[in-house]
Design a protein around this ligand. Structure first.
Ligand SMILES: [Fe+2]
Length: 309
């Protein structure tokens, strides 16, 4: 990034330290995530050699993912067998450093919502990427983002992640920390702070109109758009700690349509979701989208309608 570009970007200052699961502090609270600081985190990280392993071969991930996506509402999205086979081929090519895989195991044990969510986002985002990009190399880049985009949540106390009542301002700050923490953690583990996975961990709550966070910048990367839309879609159609009743599929798509209409997210990934939910199947290019809102938020939805916090 040029000095000029860097100067024009708002910087993130850490409100809390970033530590790995085994307690290594990568950066303290108060650190500013400048280009220099992040280059140093990545340079130090690359010196630590981490063994890698195929994601689907780690623990029970393959079996768990199959179980998650064969039941409603996901079974409709993944119903085509030929698409499913091609998708599994893509998914099976995803390798990750073992300490990153260990964070997935941590979520399975401590915060099952996050565990299911990151695996489902892995499958949904890779499927959308295949619809929009075919067999391009970018599909493999995206496949690593689903399971890692919320990795920074290992730095958030589990009681807060699982809290069922509205968060205090301090607790909200602690949750919001997960984007910056994920950026630092992945820069350390992948040794490249500019990689898609690192940027997506930082930017998946940014919006195209600048209304998101942590920096409030206009998110313009079309690959991160795919993750963002998959992330919101799954957050809506699955139960969460703070909202035990999920949105029905139709209402979720209407919420996304509203977000695309107002310029917060991109239309293309949403078209892919809609075409996969239509029977008979229509391609994402032919899917017409009604902007009429007919569904509603589920009862007990204390955070209004969106986001995985
Ligand atoms: Fe997130």
């Amino acid at each position: 990034m040029s000095a000029d570009t860097e100067q024009s970007q708002p910087k993130i200052t850490l409100r809390y330290p970033v530590r790995t699961l085994d307690g290594l502090e990568l950066l303290p609270a108060g650190a500013e995530l400048t280009e220099d600081v992040m280059s140093e985190v990545a340079a130090k990280g690359i010196k630590v050699r981490h063994e890698t392993c195929p994601l689907l071969e780690y623990g029970s991930i393959r079996e768990d993912l199959k179980l998650f996506i064969k039941v409603p509402p996901y079974n409709k999205f993944f119903s085509s067998v030929s698409n499913m086979m091609a998708l599994l081929k893509n998914l099976s090519k995803t390798f990750m450093p073992v300490p990153v895989l260990d964070t997935i195991k941590y979520f399975k044990r401590r915060d099952f919502y996050t565990y299911q969510h990151i695996l489902v986002v892995f499958a949904i985002s890779t499927a959308i990427a295949r619809d929009l990009l075919g067999d391009s190399a970018s599909v493999s880049d995206i496949a690593i983002v689903g399971p890692t985009h919320n990795i920074g949540k290992i730095c958030v106390p589990v009681e807060i992640l699982k809290k069922q009542t509205p968060l205090t301002a301090e607790e909200k700050d602690m949750i919001d920390h997960h984007t910056a923490a994920g950026y630092v953690l992945l820069s350390h583990y992948l040794g490249d702070h500019e990689s898609l996975a690192c940027r997506a961990a930082r930017d998946h709550h940014e919006r195209r109109d600048g209304s998101g966070g942590p920096r409030g910048v206009k998110q313009t990367d079309p690959l991160i758009d795919i993750i963002t839309v998959s992330d919101i879609y799954d957050a809506l159609i699955s139960p969460r700690a703070y909202r035990p009743v999920s949105f029905d599929n139709r209402s979720a798509i209407e919420v996304l349509t509203d977000m695309a209409s107002s310029g917060r997210i991109k239309w293309e990934p949403l078209r892919s979701i809609i075409s996969r939910n239509r029977r008979p199947y229509v391609s994402d290019r032919e899917a017409n989208i009604s902007r009429e809102q007919r569904g509603s938020s589920p009862p007990g939805n204390v955070y209004d309608y969106i986001d995985d916090k």
